[in-house]
Design a protein around this ligand. Sequence first.
Ligand code: PMP
Length: 442
Amino acid sequence: TLPPFDYAPLPYTGPSPEEVLALRKQHVSPGIFHYYKKPVMIVEGKGQYLFDETGRRYLDGFGGIVTVSVGHCHPEVVAAANLQNETINHTTTIYLHPNIALYAQELAAKMPGDLKVCYFVNSGSEANDLAMLMARAYTGNYDAIALRNAYHGGSPSAMALTSHHTWKFNVPHSHGVQHARMPDTYRGPFGKDDPDAGRKYAADIEELIRFGSSGKIAAFIAESIQGVGGTVVFPDGYLKHAYAHARAAGGLCIADEVQAGFGRTGTHFWGFETQGVIPDIVTMAKGIGNGCPLAAVVTTPEIAQTLATRIHFNTFGGNPVSMAQGRAVLKVIEKEGLQANSLAIGTRLTDGFRRLAEKHSLIGEVRGLGLMLGIELVKDRITKEPAREECAEVFERCKDLGLLIGKGGLWGNVLRIKPPMCITAADADFMLEVIDEALASA
Ligand code: PMP
């Protein structure tokens, strides 16, 4: 059973899920997919919990796709946004407002090296678009390298970086981007037992630059842990070697921290720090704003200067409300020790999932860092045949038992566990209990 939680959700009086579904079918973009056979309707959220229209409580094991970093409707975040909404909620950056400068200063203070200049945009896709524009403007090169199985967004130039057929349309979409081999020690040729796997996977980048590009590149971009692709953690040293190859070809190194940033890995504030590298450009979204449309690109003053030669501007980026919310999120992460909590609860969950792997042969691999975890399900541990249908069953069963999690990976056979960073040990134990039962019935 779910740990006790002293909160009564507000009575819900809106349209029924069936009515909402009918309206959506008629009026909302048909590309939107629903996660469950019978869609779940969520009408309220508090901390790590979600409530449906009947008042039923669920543990949120996915945090709104890794977005609700500090918990739903965190009182300090809500108060900061409300206060700003009541004072002035929009100015555009043509006027001065203190929030943008104060937040940029606070965000820059979290960055290593010379990463001190922030651009604010509204989504992860937009951040990656802008990062690519910067890299091309700065280097004067066009070709770029991303990784297979990457997800960097759905806008045209971010979609070019994304590399999985599910997320790409059959339109001209390469935009000079080539995709190097994904450094996956579970399925790739170099496994966890190979201490040199990082260097060996990165060698593909050098080959791709030599044989697939003009020899000069604008950028190499990678998530620090592949998120949508199924929580793929790179072998030690991978990014160091990858960055060296990219820089040798004149390219900038871009870290997409949209999922792995803001303390989620537990050991470090930024995902790239777990690989001991310092990028030239960092993109971030999702957890940065705990649910408001806020994203950022952070770079060095020298690289930022390239965009100063023209007017580069967007209407909503840096608006006072998202800046206020971003500031509150940073404060809460620090004040409540959420990075340390990610490490503690992430370790408890990982140990628990590994114990489940001894019992359930469906589990092929448990991986991840902190509260960015994945469980890859396979029909057979030797052939590693993806257990796609079984994964869907486990996923549905978890929902029936009161736990909402994510799904992903190359074949949709990876359970993704990325809850708000405020979850407790009791929540983790509940999650383990539910996943155990769901695996037993798959
Ligand atoms: N980068 C990564 C790593 C992501 O996971 C996502 C979204 N899933 C994006 C970029 C795109 O972000 P958005 O959906 O906000 O455009």
